[in-house]
Ligand binder design. Structure first.
Ligand SMILES: O=C(CO)[C@H](O)[C@H](O)COP(=O)(O)O
Length: 194
């Protein structure tokens, strides 16, 4: 399959984007290759891993072009085409695993409701997937939970609405507050002890 322009293949390395503005720099601040060389700011685009099923397919296509245009490096884990019989774990589990294997990246999983996709993503060790349905829940997923994957119900929102709060999720950093870190650590301890 030939990926659409600007969309990375699964194994593509990060490509540097040069001379981004302060807002984008803030947003991409998690990327590992950030740095100033002379008077030019070099920033590796934040990689975003996305996986859906048929119910999230249309929103995925929309997001791939929107996010790519905004400078993200989008890795599309499928499906490659619309198939009303496909199953969300086939695409959402690899997308979630890719986030864990690619530190600094974030993930998006989408289905009809987002429920099964969040369940699937949260089966992957190291994933904290937040089911978001509004700007506030998307933002809190990052601020309080340091969620590395967002799940969205493609049948619950207009593409514009979903894109808006998904972008907010990608732009928001974890607050780092001790009480939130403590709770995240408890979850990690549980995961490590299984
Ligand atoms: O949201 C989902 C899982 O939580 C799925 O997208 C949804 O169940 C698919 O439904 P259907 O097979 O009837 O199109």
């Amino acid at each position: 399959m030939t990926p659409p322009t600007g969309v990375a293949l699964l194994t593509s390395p990060g490509r540097p984007a040069v001379g981004v503005g302060p807002r984008q720099r803030r947003r991409l601040g998690r990327a590992p290759l950030n740095g100033r060389v002379g008077s030019t700011w070099h920033t590796a685009a934040m990689r975003v891993h996305i996986g859906t099923d048929h119910a999230g397919f249309e929103l995925k296509q929309h997001l791939v072009s929107e996010l790519t245009a905004k400078g993200y490096e989008v890795v599309d884990h499928g499906p490659a085409e619309y198939d009303p019989e496909d199953d969300y774990p086939v695409y959402c589990l690899p997308a979630a695993q890719a986030v864990v294997d690619d530190p600094g990246s974030l993930g998006i999983v989408i289905g009809g409701s987002g429920n099964g996709e969040a369940i699937a993503a949260n089966k992957v060790d190291g994933v904290r997937c937040a089911l978001a349905w509004s700007e506030e829940t998307a933002k809190l997923g990052r601020l309080h939970n340091d969620a590395n994957v967002i799940s969205v119900g493609g049948r619950m929102h207009t593409p514009e609405e979903a894109t808006g709060f998904i972008e907010l999720f990608l732009e928001t950093a974890f607050s780092g507050d001790a009480r939130h870190q403590r709770r995240i650590d408890l979850l990690a301890d549980y995961e490590a002890g299984r």
